[in-house]
Design a protein around this ligand. Sequence first.
Ligand SMILES: Nc1ncnc2c1ncn2[C@@H]1O[C@H](COP(=O)(O)OP(=O)(O)OP(=O)(O)O)[C@@H](O)[C@H]1O
Ligand SMILES: [Mg+2]
Length: 461
Amino acid sequence: MNQPAGAHVLLVDDDADLLRLLSMRLSAAGYRVSSAESAEAALAQLAVARPQLVISDVQLPGADGLALFERIREKHPALPVILLTAHGTIPDAVEATSRGVYTYLTKPFDGKHLLEQVAQALALAPPSEAGPAAPAAWRAHIVSHSARMEELLAEALLVARSDATVMIRGESGSGKELLAKAIHQASRRAARPFVAVNCSAIPEALLESELFGHVKGAFTGALSNHRGLFQAADGGTLLLDEIGDMPSALQVKLLRVLQERSVRPVGASQPVAIDVRILSATHRNLEAALADGSFREDLFYRLNVVSLTLPTLAERREDIPLLAQHFLSTLASKHGRRVRGFAPDAMRLLATAAWPGNVRQLHNVVEQVCALATAPIVPLSLVQRALRVPDVQVLSYAEARRRFEHEYLVGLLKLSDGNVADAARLAERNRTEFYRLLQKHGLTPGRFRGDGDGAEEPVAE
Ligand SMILES: Nc1ncnc2c1ncn2[C@@H]1O[C@H](COP(=O)(O)OP(=O)(O)OP(=O)(O)O)[C@@H](O)[C@H]1O
Ligand SMILES: [Mg+2]
């Protein structure tokens, strides 16, 4: 969980004695404390400094603590707020927790309990939104602040600057592809293409020509030259994803490419020199595949010059609140939904769940709750429900259909080598109608002809 020491806490109370007392306790525990005597003064401070926690009295002159909370919520949905209540106002405070207030403490309060609550609230809160500085561009898409990830990213940056072949390992959904892209971004090849090929998604019979290309007439259906992904990535980076699923016949050929730094398109008599940085990724236990002979040892050593392993989400739970809030904000604005944050108990459940599907599963769960939430704060019950449902990606019917159509059309165009008449015939549609479909999906048949540069098409998401 977050290291609370040194965190900035804003105290809001019109009782100067209480402010002083609280301030002393929190400072003694290592927090940085600032104070405000009214809701207005607190909001003014929030406009210039970003504390990680606000502790406010419920009763304040003018706008009360609850009104203050609502206004904080609007601008800083992830900033936890603890309310201080006198006896008469407890029911209000209890009600407030269902609206997203972290917790309430009844005056007079016990110092030890106060510190415990403060530490817990800070542990569940994403770090202050302003942060020390915006992350460097190469890692801007990787949301994390755990020590484990920072170590890994520091290593990745060092490796990126060399041209070394890197094998990225980690459980499914842990962010391997994201890390591969970041390595490319941090490398001298950043301005050149990044091409990812999923070795398990391409049928064995097609993989060789997908990777290395083919010449016209190399096999039935090879109607024109095709460049292949190695050449498409020339000057840049090629990610061989799910490398553990590469068929053995191709493992030998890949090894030769890595040794000779050239590819021989299927049916070609001459090899073509290539300048490509190779990254590979797998969620498999390759040591077991080496032991049973399904993965070649010589290829393994070529690919595994440097190995980086993504931690599982369970090994970096302190990143969960940050990731969950990030996904929620992104998804809410993408879908125009007014969902702003998680109720504290909902966040607690997210932070302690098992996450066998890692970050991808967390993203899917947040996507589900964002789609189903009817109030700005996601309640515990929704998270419970989403965690029980098997992992499904929430797509609207229209979007699911669009994606299916797109993939279907790409498949047909590849099969027909960019020949629209052939593709339309396969689809049992007339040409005009088929053209209209291609237009709708922004697909250019020419890019699927062997000599076009449609090589990146198969990996587009
Ligand atoms: N640190 C992170 N910050 C933000 N998003 C992340 C992070 N890690 C992963 N994701 C997101 O989670 C999803 C899964 O990540 P990615 O595809 O890189 O994982 P993977 O390890 O390649 O998974 P698989 O083994 O299933 O192919 C993606 O949508 C990615 O954007
Ligand atoms: Mg992947």
